[in-house]
Write a protein that binds this ligand. Structure first.
Ligand code: ADP
Ligand code: MG
Length: 785
């Protein structure tokens, strides 16, 4: 049934060629015990390996049950080794990290037998070889004879047609050898057994037929067999190993080196730990920043002011939103210096709020902009009746003095000064600015434009001067009751009643306050309530003192424009009250103070949210588009400047840190490669054994893939767990340092992704050595120690 014809096999080491088999012709019967006898190096093992399909012949023919092996594919060889061949080696070749039963079950595992059946068959053969009591021992707990019995059991468990034994008693003492030989002889009763030995006594004692080898040739055969050619439906059952079996095999292997596996997993998890911590910190900080932006800056207005600013072409573009603010400076490389006239490149820009612009602004979508605030320089002429005496009073408006002396375009100076009128609500359904940002501590919120409110600070304090100017007695007292303030009435006096024209054509404030008070044109104003900034509010733009609605100032301006003093002032270039010459802007400012200028000094647009702010900016940019630079409206979006900075910094930091962590991930990937590679080297013998049992290349790759898979999952989980533990002290430090709670938090989704990334990368890193392992030559692998 097995026929070798003219089989030649040579090995080459460097340039030297060794002839292992030199044209062997031999046939075997279906059932016989053949001993191949010969000195060392005569080619016995090579011949056996070729019969077992572990090695390939160079030329010649091998026929199994009439089927020519020339046509065998890789998987046919695997199936042949698994189903038809049982190997017994001189050095047992057991897998040391598997128990006795597991070793025996291994070839059944490869042929895909169910666990219950596997166990039954394994117990059966183990009983036959007399090892029933040692099932769960590891090979190194057995004697040599017992190990060889395990090897025999493993070879027999698949009930192979051919048993190949390479010096099965070579490593055993005489007494044990006899037992083993008796066992093999017993087995040979119902199959072909080919045994290689250099011991003529053993061959003579047990074998039915002795074939003598010398220098790769047959020199004698005691019972030659000439095969009649016949084909008897030789069928091979394909082997297959499931990934789960591979996992099981690798898991057992990993368990034998727990310490090393843990260290490896820990080392390779460092990259994962790094990335996990960075991600949890950066998402945490981003959440904090977003919250802060939402809380603190979303309502920051976009500010446009009539003040003149010195600007260059570039920063005009910048502040009018045409290029993003950043630190991108352009540098020129040159060996010359360039001369320029600063007057040509820079200019004084003044926002001119034309009627067109004001109309455009008023048409803004109330869904993106909650309110618009105006600052007007108009001074209100106020009188108050106190104990039947009418006296002049004033609500100190920081703006009037400021407009003339300083250029203000930023938030800090605005907040220092504060505003006196609160913004106009565009969307009537939303809570109004005052109610949203200021809590009422006494009286009522204003019901109409003639109601005033007194704004105090969080400690209910107010500058004594403010109340003194309003006619309150601040000399003998430190505190004034709410009820003494709320309900107090003033009268706003129109310019025509307030100023009188002198014979020189100038104007002077009148002093007949009684008359003013009683004039039918006077407007009664009343302090309706006392408010202060509420704790939730981030946008207290009102200065301490009296605050009023913009409608009131507009009403007063409407009247003032018609007044004599304004009309006359417009005609002349000197101060109509003092006759002093004006310099540059002074006339405009003075007119504004008198109420002769209907356009506001400053406009503030309040968006609802950050996104809305961008929409508002886009709306303004749209107005600017295509306008010559002097007509452009320059606006300041302070929040954008701040958030651009924070967002950019955050992204930058995260990227840099992730890059660092990625480096450690790459390092650990390389490490995994090396470790898998050493594992391959270490397990070379196991690869050989698996192959001799009929494992396919795929199965070998799987075993190592399974190992790196376990390692990857373990190091991923370990990394994520360590990172999560690290967030506890990190959060404590951040809480102490920055007073932010629970900043570092690893999202579950990130954790899962990181474990997957770790597994995939580790498997990738281990796959190349795994492929190398699968390509290892079985004979070579078995030779290695
Ligand atoms: P035996 O088993 O009879 O001692 P082998 O079949 O192992 O002999 O070896 C036959 C010849 O082939 C020897 O000269 C040996 O050195 C050579 N040989 C066997 N295997 C290899 C190999 N893998 N590489 C190179 N030479 C080999
Ligand atoms: Mg040998």
């Amino acid at each position: 049934m097995l026929k070798l014809k003219n089989i030649r096999k040579t090995y080459k080491i460097g340039d030297i060629e060794t002839i292992a088999l030199d044209g062997i012709d031999i046939s075997f019967r279906e059932k016989e015990f053949v001993a191949i006898l010969g000195a060392s190096g005569s080619g016995k093992t090579t011949c056996l390996n070729i019969i077992g399909g572990l090695d390939r012949y160079d030329s010649g023919e091998m026929t199994i049950k009439g089927k020519e092996t020339k046509d065998f594919k890789e998987k046919d060889w695997d199936a042949y080794r698994n189903n038809s061949i049982g190997f017994i080696f001189q050095s047992y070749n057991l897998i040391t990290h598997l128990s006795i039963v597991a070793n025996v079950e291994l070839s059944l595992t490869l042929s895909g037998v169910s666990p219950a059946e596997k166990r039954k068959k394994a117990l059966n053969v183990l009983e036959k070889v007399g090892l029933k009591d040692h099932l769960h021992k590891k090979p190194n707990q057995l004697s040599g004879g017992q190990m060889q019995r395990v090897a025999i059991a493993r070879a027999l468990v698949n009930d192979p047609e051919i048993l190949l034994c390479d010096e099965p008693t070579g490593a055993l003492d005489t007494a044990t050898s006899i037992q083993i030989m008796e066992l093999i002889k017993e087995i040979a009763k119902d199959r072909l057994v080919i045994m290689v030995t250099h011991n003529p006594e053993i061959a003579n004692e047990y074998a039915d037929r002795i074939v003598q080898f010398k220098d790769g040739n047959i020199i004698s055969d005691t019972n030659p067999y000439v095969e009649e050619s016949k084909t008897d439906g030789f069928n091979l059952k394909k082997t297959s190993m499931s990934f789960f079996t591979a996992l099981n095999l690798s898991f057992n292997n990993i368990m034998t080196k727990k310490g090393r596996t843990f260290l490896t997993a820990f080392a390779s998890s460092i990259g994962i730990i790094g990335i996990a911590i960075i991600l949890s910190l950066s998402t945490g900080f981003q959440v904090q920043i977003d919250k802060f932006q939402g809380d603190a800056m979303a309502e920051f207005p976009i500010i446009m002011s009539q003040t003149s600013t010195q600007m260059t072409e570039e920063n005009l573009n910048e502040v009018s939103g045409q290029i993003p603010i950043g630190n991108k400076k352009e540098y020129v490389s040159s060996d010359e210096i360039f001369l320029y006239d600063p007057n040509e490149n820079s200019f004084v820009h003044k926002n001119i709020f034309t009627n067109d612009f004001m109309d455009y602004l008023n048409k803004i979508d109330p869904n993106i902009c909650s309110s618009i605030g105006y600052t007007r320089l108009v001074n209100m002429n106020l009188v108050r009746k106190l104990d039947d005496k009418v006296i002049p009073v004033s609500i100190s408006s920081g703006m009037a003095s400021m407009a003339t002396e300083s250029r203000m375009s930023n938030m800090s100076s605005m907040q220092n000064a504060g505003l006196s009128s609160y913004p106009i609500q565009l969307n009537k359904t939303e809570g109004n600015y005052l109610e949203k940002n200021y809590e009422l501590i006494y009286g009522n919120y204003p019901q109409n434009e003639r109601d005033l409110v007194l704004v105090v600070d969080t400690k209910n304090r107010i500058n004594f001067q403010t109340l003194k100017n309003l006619g309150f007695d601040t000399l003998d007292t430190q505190n004034i009751k709410f009820k003494d303030i709320v309900g107090v009435e003033f009268k706003a006096i129109l310019n025509n009643d307030y100023y009188m024209k002198t014979e020189f054509g100038t104007y002077l404030p009148d002093t007949d306050y009684e008359k003013m008070y009683n004039s039918e044109d006077s407007i009664t104003l009343r302090i309706a309530g006392i408010v202060r900034q509420s704790p939730e509010s981030n946008l207290g733009i009102l200065s301490a003192g009296i605050a009023y609605s913009d409608e009131l100032s507009q009403f007063i301006i409407d009247k003032a424009v018609e007044s004599d003093i304004v009309k006359d002032q417009k005609q002349v270039d000197y101060n109509i009250m003092t006759k002093k010459e004006f310099s540059s802007d002074e006339k405009d400012s003075f007119l504004s103070v008198l109420g002769g200028n209907a356009t506001p000094f400053m406009v503030m647009v309040y968006p609802y949210s950050f996104e809305d702010k961008d929409a508002v900016a886009a709306y303004l940019d749209n107005y600017n588009a295509g306008k010559p630079k002097e007509d452009v409206i320059v606006y300041t979006d302070l929040a954008k400047t701040i958030s651009n900075m924070t967002g950019g910094i955050m992204n930058g930091i995260t990227l840099v840190l992730i890059a660092f962590a990625a480096v450690s991930l790459i390092v650990s990937l390389i490490m995994i490669c090396i470790i898998t590679y050493t594992s391959v080297l270490e397990r070379t013998k196991e690869i050989g054994i698996l192959k001799s049992l009929g494992a396919r290349k795929k199965d070998i790759t799987r075993v190592f893939d399974a190992e790196t898979c376990i390692l990857g999952i373990f190091s991923g989980v370990l990394g994520v767990t360590i990172a999560m533990l690290c967030t506890i002290p990190i959060n404590q430090v951040i809480l102490k340092a920055a007073d932010l709670k629970d900043v570092a938090q690893l999202k579950i989704s990130y954790a899962i992704i990181l474990v997957i990334v770790s597994t995939v990368l580790t498997m990738l890193g281990g796959h190349i050595p795994a492929r190398m392992a699968s390509k290892k030559d079985a004979v070579e692998a078995l030779r290695s120690e």
